[in-house]
Design a protein around this ligand. Structure first.
Ligand SMILES: [Zn+2]
Ligand SMILES: [Zn+2]
Length: 164
């Protein structure tokens, strides 16, 4: 998670999309939702609701975790956020709007997400869909496993245990 300095971001288009969605959902624009939106928009990378809650709480202690969680769902609904389910109930949120498509390698040990994009895989997926007469609207390719850092750490633990 990388957080930009706390200044008012100039993401007018993104904000307009969110408030329009809020209105359609019959909800109100509140100062709390405003803070959550600001924090989300200036945070790059893959953040859990808990990560974002910690940043939001520092700026407005009246905001509860549930409000952050629900607002993230609204951000995903209107296409500003992309939700990645990591299994075990873990979810991460990242920017979706105006962000190029990519897929993820997911470490099941530390829940690290690594982004990749491969033109050959993208084309192959389109070909497969077309062969079924299927018109794809979106896709999410996830490869689960153990990241290099965790493999290294695991090998060290094993080596230490063997020495005992
Ligand atoms: Zn890992
Ligand atoms: Zn990503």
């Amino acid at each position: 998670m990388y957080e930009h300095p706390p200044q008012k971001s100039d993401l007018t288009e993104e904000k307009a999309i969110f408030w329009e969605h809020i209105k359609k959902a019959g909800l109100k624009r509140t100062a709390q939702r405003d803070v959550i939106l600001e924090v989300f928009l200036r945070t790059e990378g893959h953040s859990s609701a808990e990560d974002l809650y910690q940043v939001v709480k520092a700026e407005d202690p009246t905001v509860g975790f549930t409000t952050v969680y629900r607002t993230l769902k609204l951000l995903a609904e209107c296409g500003l956020a992309r939700e990645e389910r990591l299994g075990d109930g873990h979810r991460r949120y990242e920017h979706n709007y105006n962000h190029p498509h990519h897929d993820h390698l997911i470490c099941t040990q530390c829940h690290e997400l690594i982004e990749f994009y491969n033109e050959t895989i993208e084309q192959k997926q389109d070909e497969i869909a077309a062969s079924f007469g299927f018109k794809p609207t979106r896709h999410s390719l996830r490869i689960f496993g153990i990241c290099a850092k965790c493999q290294h750490a695991n090998a060290n633990v094993k080596a230490r245990a063997a020495r005992r």
